[in-house]
Structures are given as structure tokens and as C-alpha cells.
Write a protein that binds this ligand. Structure first.
Ligand code: ADP
Length: 660
């Protein structure tokens, strides 16, 4: 076996002792050394400053000079390898002083044996290895921390300009100015949304790489969740003329324990891919539950009749940035990150993803996740199936009136809202039963009741059933339709008994929505189909005084402008501050602020610290943090900020904020 040669620095003024030490060194069976011999302090320090040796043997008595001084000065000069002090005779005080000054060991020349010598050297070198590993680990940790910081920072930097792009595009699309450029604007909008999803994927992947991705487990209504995913996915499937079906091979538990957001993310990713890579035919989702070794699992497959994946790529497709035939994927605008993330998420959820595919015929992804104990949970069979329908057929209908849509899942609120506004209706939103109760009661008391309310049943804070109880007890007879999962058919009578006017099955599809709308609303004139336009991208000039005064603290001028513009279009009086200093000045101008929207990173201040400063004079004021990166929750709690908005900010987020 070839030995690696180590460098040894021997600081010894006595030639006999040098020869003795050299003999011992040469006797070492498994170690080979190249020896540098120096005899005085000056030469010793010059060599030590180079820090090129792996070990140093240092004589305590260097003529008139003291080895201890060389030891201390050598370490100061940058020598980091182990130093063993060679002392003349046993003197505990000297030995201790050497160890205190940084020597790793000492050897008494008069008592030296080859075995003692070998042990000391080996031990010192092993220590050096351990120390090196420790330093390498610390360095790697520091590098990772700075990589995380870099990603968080990058995310923030990218999200802020996206706010302007998405915000202005949405505003233009709703305005007369934008009517003639709808298709161009929708390209800008789609690409910005794509950029945002890339950014989210990149962050997910970096969290996974740093082992920082935590699951947030809770009890999830499986049927309602699947119905929501189905409803979201029918739109892109419909646009491509594909049939999307979701069914269960066995009765499914109505509740499971999982991370709802991450599970939804996996399902949406697999189904969107299936739709993306299929031009004709169908996408079929099938689910079933299975028990193995006392653990309950939920299985699901997503099968398509699309382009398929070549055999040789089946193994690599779950790796980041892997895509089949560049051209195909480029045309589809993917990043090659989605499946890598799904794979990691599913394995965190106690399962696996696998794939079978026939090139040119279609693919089938199979995955399973743990569900927690479902032995006591009721089970039902699921089935949602629609024929392809073009969005045009839906948009031909028009109604008039004001509708409130209440659902805790943002995408579902948006989806239902989008269908309704496409039919000419004025739509408002709520996120839970309590918000619904407040809004319905206020509208009723002000004699401008909603013409219709669509409300989800399972929601945090207050569920739909609790809300209807209060609403009906207060004598409000607004038509309120419960949105509930298809499997809960037996529950329909019970919901009507609770006071709901009607029940609409989730997944909400445009046809069933039209039936409900036709029952409760008047048909509208054709021009209702165009979004009412009150803005030419000008600041909103309203004759009524604004009820809300919002201080917006944002240093990016474009992001500040679009956020203010969107807020003003919601009838809010907005004051902008571009820096911490300006914020303090503007803030002192009035004492009736409704809210402060505070960017986290300002050029001259930290948003959280600034919020704390404002809090001193306004203990009750609602403050909302805006940021492109997730803030530290304990720092937020300390600054008494309960709300956080992740950039990019859009019209909907601000509507929820102002009207919520
Ligand atoms: P992206 O879709 O953003 O490119 P993914 O990681 O989700 O990234 O997918 C990686 C690649 O796997 C895709 O680019 C595509 O080549 C292939 N792929 C994924 N799903 C399918 C599918 N259902 N049918 C055919 N190819 C697919």
C-alpha cells in the first residue's frame, strides 16, 4: 500500500535530540514524513507562518529562547496543525503551560520510547483530521446558510417586479384601453404566471435540498379536496377538448390526515402534466385506499392518452431539470422541476411515485401517500366525469346581480368568481363563514342585499353550517346555496333543513352553476358580458370620501404605484412612503389610519423594526407585512403583525384585504 507523505516541522536546537527524533520518526511503520528541521525561534516562526506542515514537534528549551513563546507566536502567526511539545524532564507545570498555550500533547525526552512517540504522533494527526472535518462542516454550513439567504433574497427581488407586471396586466385587461389587446395581454399574464410558478418551484426545491421542507399535517376532507382539484383542472382540460374524469376504485375515506396544500400540489402537478402532454383523448384519475403492514395508504393514478415518455427516460424523469426531447417541453413551457418536487413531497408523505409509459400512446403515473388511521372514518365512492365543453358555451349566458362567493381555497374562490364575472355578475368574496356572516348581515342592514350567496361547507374559523344558523336566526332571507362535494349526496336534505336555499355539488361545473343562477337571478343584457369599465388606468377619482386610509410603505416605485392604483380602484385612500424615513413622516400626518402595508426590506430600515416603531403610537392599528420571502414568524409575532402577503400582490389579494 502506498503511503502518503506528511510534512513534519521539527524545532530542535540539539543535534543529538534531532537525530533521536528522526530515528523514531523513521521507525513509524505506517506513516511517512518529510522532515523540516529548524534550530531557532526566528526560523521556526517563519516556517510556522507558512502553515504548510501537518504536525510540529517543538523543543521546550531552545537555547536562550523559550519554546512556549515560539508556541504562542507560531499559533498567532497562523499555524493550525497540531504541536507536540518536547520537554527535558518531567515537570508538570511546564507540561500544563504547554497544553494551555495550545499544544495538543507533550513528550518527555528522557522517558521517550518508540511506542510512546508513535502514539503521540498518530493521536495528534487523528485530532487534526477531526478538526479539519469540523472546520469543513462549519464552512459547508455557512455556505448553505448563505445559499439559503441568497435564494430568499433572489425570490424577494424577483417577486417585487412581478407585482408590477401582473398588476398592470390584470388592470389593463379589465379596462377599455386593454380591450383591443386582450390576446397579447393574456400572453403577458400567462408568461408572468409561469415565471412565478418557476420561482415557487425553485424555492421548493431549495427547501427540499436544505431539508427545510416541513409537512403541515391536518385532517382533510378528501372528497371536497378532490372535487376542488377536479374543478380547477376541468378548465385547462376543457380548453384542449380533453375528457377529464376522477373516480375511485374502492370506497374512499371521507377524511384523511395529510398536508392538504402539498397533496393538492402533487395532484395538480401530475394532472396538469397529463393535460399538457396530451392532445387528444382523456386524462383519468383513479384513487383507492389500501392497508399494508397495519398502515393505511391512499393510492392514485393519473393516466393520459398523450405523447408518452421513451423507455430510456423513465428512470431520469424524476430528477430536476429532466425533460423529454427539449423541443417538445420547450413548446409546452415547462421547467423540468415539477416531477422532482412531486417525488420528494410524496416520499415525505410516506409514499412513492412510479411511472409506466408507452411512447406515443400515453403515460400513467402511480403514487401513494400515508393517510393516518382511517379505520373509523366513513368511506364513499367518488366519481366526477364531464364531457369536454368549450368555454364559449358557458360565456354565452349572462345574468345581473351581486353574488358573494365564500370558500377557504383561494383557487376555488377565483375559479367560481371567474365563471360568475364571465356571466356579467358583480362578484364579492369571503374566505370563511364568519366573513360571510359579516358581509351578508352588513349588506342586509344597508338594504343592498346580495342577490345570491355561494358558500362552501368545510372552512376554518366558522364553517358554512354554523354561518347559516346565525344568518337565518337573524331573519335574513338572502338565497344561500351550499357548495358541497358530490359524495355527500345524503347530506343534501340536512343542508336544506339547516336553512340553505339549495345545494350545488362540488366540483362546480359551469352547467350546474347556470341552472342555479337561472333559478335565482334575472337574465342580463348582452353588454353585461364585458367587464364594467370605470378606469382608463387612471387613479380612481371618487366623489364619495374614502372610508379607508392606507399607508403603503414600498421602496420599489413601480410596485408601489401599481399596488396604490389597485387599492385606489377599490375606493381606498392610499399614501405611499418609499423609505423608512418617509414612512415615519407620512405616518405622523394623521391618526386615523385603517391599515399599514409594510414592505419587509426597505433601503434604510427593516419593515418589522419599523412596524414596531409605529406600533408605539398606534397599538391597535392593523399592519400587514409585504414580502417576496417568507418572514420569520417569531419576529412577526414580536412586531405584533398577524398578516403577511407574499409578493407578487394582485387585485384579488388586495380585494380580500380591503373588503375582508
Ligand atoms: P415540466 O413539465 O415543467 O417540464 P416536470 O418535472 O413536471 O417538468 O416534467 C418533466 C418532464 O417529464 C416533462 O418536461 C415531460 O418531458 C415529461 N412528462 C411529465 N409528465 C408527462 C406526461 N404525462 N406525458 C408525457 N411526458 C411527461
Amino acid at each position: 500500500m502506498s503511503q502518503s507523505v506528511s510534512r513534519l516541522l521539527l524545532v530542535e536546537d540539539d543535534e543529538d535530540d534531532y537525530i533521536l527524533a528522526r530515528d523514531y520518526i523513521e521507525q513509524l511503520s505506517t506513516l511517512a514524513f518529510e522532515i523540516d528541521w529548524v534550530t531557532n525561534q526566528q526560523d521556526a516562526l517563519a516556517k510556522m507562518a507558512e502553515n504548510r506542515h501537518d504536525i510540529c514537534l517543538l523543543d521546550y528549551q531552545l537555547g536562550a529562547e523559550n519554546g512556549l513563546t515560539v508556541l504562542k507566536l507560531g499559533i498567532e502567526a497562523g499555524f493550525t496543525s497540531p504541536i507536540i511539545m518536547l520537554t527535558g524532564q518531567a515537570d508538570e507545570e511546564v507540561d500544563m503551560a504547554a497544553l494551555d498555550a495550545g499544544a495538543v500533547d507533550y513528550m518527555i525526552k528522557s522517558e521517550l520510547s518508540s511506542s510512546r512517540f508513535a502514539r503521540a504522533i498518530r493521536y495528534a494527526l487523528a485530532r487534526r483530521e477531526i478538526e479539519k472535518e469540523r472546520v469543513d462542516r462549519l464552512k459547508a454550513e455557512a455556505e448553505n446558510r448563505s445559499k439559503d439567504r441568497f435564494l430568499a433574497h433572489l425570490s424577494h427581488e424577483l417577486r417585487t417586479p412581478l407585482t408590477s407586471i401582473l398588476g398592470y396586466t390584470e388592470l389593463l385587461m379589465d379596462s377599455k384601453l386593454g380591450q383591443s389587446a386582450q390576446s397579447e395581454l393574456s400572453i403577458v399574464l400567462n408568461n408572468s404566471k409561469h415565471l412565478l410558478s418557476l420561482l415557487n418551484n425553485m424555492l421548493d426545491l431549495s427547501k427540499i435540498a436544505a431539508d427545510k421542507l416541513e409537512l403541515n399535517l391536518s385532517e382533510v376532507n378528501l372528497d371536497a379536496m378532490i372535487a376542488d382539484v377536479y374543478a380547477l383542472m376541468t378548465i385547462p382540460a376543457m380548453d384542449k377538448g380533453l375528457t377529464l374524469s376522477v373516480s375511485s376504485a374502492t370506497p374512499l375515506p371521507l377524511k384523511i390526515t395529510t398536508d392538504a396544500t402539498r397533496f393538492r400540489q402533487v395532484l395538480i402537478n401530475l394532472i396538469s402534466n397529463a393535460i399538457k402532454f396530451t392532445e387528444k383523448g382523456s386524462v383519468e384519475v383513479n384513487l383507492w385506499s389500501e392497508k399494508r403492514n397495519e398502515t393505511d395508504f391512499l393510492y392514485f393514478t393519473v393516466a393520459d392518452t398523450g405523447i408518452g415518455i421513451p423507455n430510456e427516460q423513465l428512470g431520469s424523469i424524476f430528477k430536476p431539470f429532466e425533460q423529454v426531447a427539449d423541443v417538445v417541453s420547450r413548446n409546452q413551457g415547462g421547467s423540468g422541476l415539477g416531477l422532482a418536487i412531486c417525488n420528494e413531497l410524496v416520499s415525505k408523505m410516506g409514499g412513492e411515485v412510479s411511472l409506466t409509459s408507452e411512447f406515443g400512446k400515453g403515460s400513467c403515473f402511480t403514487a401513494y401517500i400515508e393517510t393516518g388511521d382511517i379505520s373509523q372514518v366513513p368511506h364513499e365512492v367518488l366519481k366526477f366525469d364531464t364531457q369536454p365543453l368549450t368555454s364559449k358555451e358557458v360565456n354565452n349566458q349572462s345574468y345581473q346581480g351581486k353574488v358573494l362567493v365564500v370558500d377557504d381555497v383561494n383557487d376555488i374562490r377565483m375559479l367560481v368568481g371567474h365563471m360568475l364575472s364571465g356571466m356579467g355578475l358583480h362578484v364579492e368574496y369571503g374566505k370563511n363563514g364568519l366573513e360571510a356572516l359579516d358581509k351578508i348581515t352588513d349588506a342586509h342592514n344597508e338594504s343592498v342585499p346580495y342577490d345570491l350567496v355561494l358558500i362552501d361547507i368545510h372552512m376554518p374559523v366558522m364553517d358554512g353550517s354554523e354561518a347559516i344558523k346565525h344568518i337565518r336566526t337573524n331573519g335574513i332571507d338572502t338565497p344561500i346555496v351550499a357548495m358541497t362535494a358530490a359524495t355527500m349526496k345524503g347530506v343534501r336534505d340536512q343542508l336544506i333543513y339547516q336553512g340553505f336555499t339549495n345545494v350545488i355539488e362540488k366540483p362546480i361545473n359551469p352547467e350546474s352553476l347556470m341552472v342555479v343562477l337561472g333559478t335565482y337571478l334575472q337574465p342580463g343584457a348582452a353588454e353585461n358580458l364585458l367587464t364594467p369599465d370605470d378606469s382608463q388606468l387612471k387613479r380612481h377619482s371618487t366623489t364619495e370620501p374614502s372610508e379607508q386610509h392606507i399607508l403603503l410603505v414600498e421602496d420599489d416605485p413601480d410596485a408601489a404605484d401599481i399596488t396604490a392604483l389597485l387599492l385606489e380602484n377599490l375606493g381606498v385612500d392610499v399614501h405611499i412612503a418609499h423609505s423608512g424615513k418617509e414612512c415615519l413622516a407620512v405616518f405622523s400626518q394623521r391618526n386615523d389610519w385603517s391599515k399599514v402595508l409594510m414592505d419587509l426590506n426597505l433601503p434604510d430600515a427593516n419593515g418589522l423594526k419599523l412596524a414596531k416603531e409605529l406600533r408605539k403610537n398606534a397599538p391597535q392599528l392593523e399592519m400587514v407585512l409585504l414580502s417576496g420571502e417568507e418572514p420569520n414568524s417569531s419576529e412577526m409575532a414580536e412586531a405584533e403583525i398577524s398578516k403577511f402577503i407574499l409578493k407578487p400582490i394582485n387585485k384579488q389579494v388586495l380585494t380580500d384585504l380591503v373588503k375582508g
